[in-house]
Design a protein around this ligand. Structure first.
Ligand code: GDP
Ligand code: ZN
Length: 463
């Protein structure tokens, strides 16, 4: 049961900026077909069936029908469309002039330029998807590994929403019964909510929220990548190891196209974990620099890192600079790579910190030893339970969701400690209700305009 509100008709170029074989100008709203018809010479679009693609020309009605381009026009009628509104997509030739002229024509003939994410926002406002699903659209576009893509797609399918809805329903069941008990103490149809019952149910709900939050660390890694620093003295083999990793996976994903090379974020996919490499410029730096600078620079990278790969040259004795790096990473998740093990060894494990947390791997970029073990250890570090593919069914990946779940968890903890201390159910329920509201913000069942605007602003135009 979709209830489409009549918003104005919006338009945008939905393909990435730049020149391409084709580009798409998308319109959505009740006037979409009428506006398209004014600038289109071909069939009568008001008569064509839904989900058809129609050949014709775009012409300028204000300039004696001057021809702009030869196009295919897709017609998708409400309500079964991306936005639940009438949608028209003009597939034109992908030149900057063509695309912009068509957009200008559409705007001059009654459409308004869409804001970033506004098409997806319409899908939300018209009830086709909820807020967490809208956010999944963005995650899907930005997914950096196949695992991240699957997690986003599952969220788009509504798997997270379903879990949240169930949790909210179980809270409502308790709250409703409390209300009935208070308002109609004589009524037998309702379950009597004793303090014990509310306590048990709250604990069950709390446990479910905790297990959702437990997926969050992995989820965040999947989404944003794991900030990884590769540190080591000059010449120990950092670049060679990096190249090895990149070469193995061939799956480096760079961010926003069109940005300049030096601000590109580099990602390397290691066994499904997207490593976001920090300060690769530092890695590639020339080797004749003073060692001190190298170590200082590494400190900054170590501070931002979730994982540090400390590279040592195993064919030389441990130096003071090596030791400094080992000390600097003592409290960070790290893996020590003993590189150049194809050469006679000068570092023995007894030279290394005696610490069970730290894996030590022997590598050689000549024999290629160690690459596989390194991948296995990275995957194990972050997917401790060996995250199975099924577990990506429901995975909390979004910082906003994590924060709301955390707050809901706090509210439930308050309920539980209150009841345990003897608080009556009608007082304890206040925080239970609060938990219900917080969970509702995840799906957008409770939302405020400002939050929504902030969320959709992060989208690109045309989505
Ligand atoms: P970086 O300064 O730490 O980035 O070191 P590079 O990756 O530029 O390597 C420095 C030198 O060591 C180069 O000549 C590499 O060919 C060499 N090298 C790197 N890894 C190995 C290795 O595993 N074994 C040997 N024998 N040489 C290596
Ligand atoms: Zn190098």
């Amino acid at each position: 049961p979709l209830m489409t509100t009549d918003y104005d008709t919006i338009a945008a170029i939905s393909t990435p900026p730049g020149v391409g074989g084709i580009a798409i100008v998308r319109l959505s709203g009740s006037e979409a077909l009428a506006i398209a018809q004014q600038i289109y010479r071909g069939k009568d679009l008001s008569q064509v069936a839904t989900d058809t693609i129609n050949y014709g020309h775009i012409v300028d009605p204000q300039a004696e029908q001057r021809e702009i381009d030869e196009v295919m026009v897709s017609v998708m009628r409400a309500p079964k469309t991306y936005t639940c509104e009438d949608v028209v997509e003009i597939n034109c030739h992908g030149g900057l002039q063509v695309t912009n002229q068509i957009l200008q024509l559409v705007l001059r003939n009654g459409a308004r330029l869409a804001e970033p994410g506004e098409f997806t926002k319409r899908a939300f406002l018209n009830g086709r998807i909820d807020l967490s699903q809208s956010e999944a659209v963005m995650d899907l576009i930005e997914a950096k590994t196949d695992t991240a893509r699957k997690a986003a797609l599952n969220q788009l399918d509504g798997n997270l929403s379903a879990v949240i809805k169930k949790l909210r329903q179980s809270i409502v069941d308790i709250l409703a019964n409390v209300e009935v008990n208070i308002d109609y103490p004589e009524y037998d149809g309702a379950e009597e909510v004793t303090s014990q019952l509310m306590l048990e149910r709250s604990e069950a709900i709390k446990a479910k929220i905790q297990s959702l939050l437990a997926t969050a660390e992995q989820g965040k890694v999947l989404r944003d990548g794991l900030n990884t620093a590769i540190v080591g003295r000059p010449n120990v083999g950092k670049s060679s190891l990096l190249n090895r990793l990149l070469h193995e996976e061939k799956a480096i994903v760079t961010d926003v196209p069109g940005t300049t090379r030096d601000v590109l974020d580099e990602y390397v996919n290691v066994a499904g974990v997207p490593l976001h490499l920090i300060d690769t410029a530092g890695i590639h730096e020339t080797t004749d620099q003073v060692e001190k600078i190298g170590v200082e620079r590494s400190r900054a990278a170590i501070e931002q890192a979730d994982l540090v790969l400390v590279v040592l040259n195993a064919s030389e004795p441990l130096t003071a600079a090596d030791q400094e790096l080992l000390d600097a990473t003592a409290h960070t998740k790290r893996i020590i790579l003993l590189n150049k093990t194809d050469l006679p060894a000068r570092i023995t494990p007894s030279d290394l910190p005696d610490d069970e947390q730290t894996a030590v791997i022997k590598t050689s970029t000549v024999t290629e030893d160690g690459t596989k073990p390194l991948e296995t250890i990275i995957a194990k570090l972050f997917f401790t339970d060996g995250i199975s593919r099924q577990q990506t069914d429901v995975m909390v990946t979004n910082a906003r969701h994590i924060s709301l779940l955390q707050q809901a968890l706090d509210a439930l903890t308050t309920v539980i400690s209150g009841l345990t201390a003897g608080l009556p159910v009608d007082i304890a329920q206040i925080d239970l209700q609060r938990a219900w509201e917080l969970l509702g913000e995840i799906t957008g069942d409770n939302y405020d305009e400002e939050l929504m605007d902030q969320l959709f602003e992060q989208f690109c135009i045309g989505k």
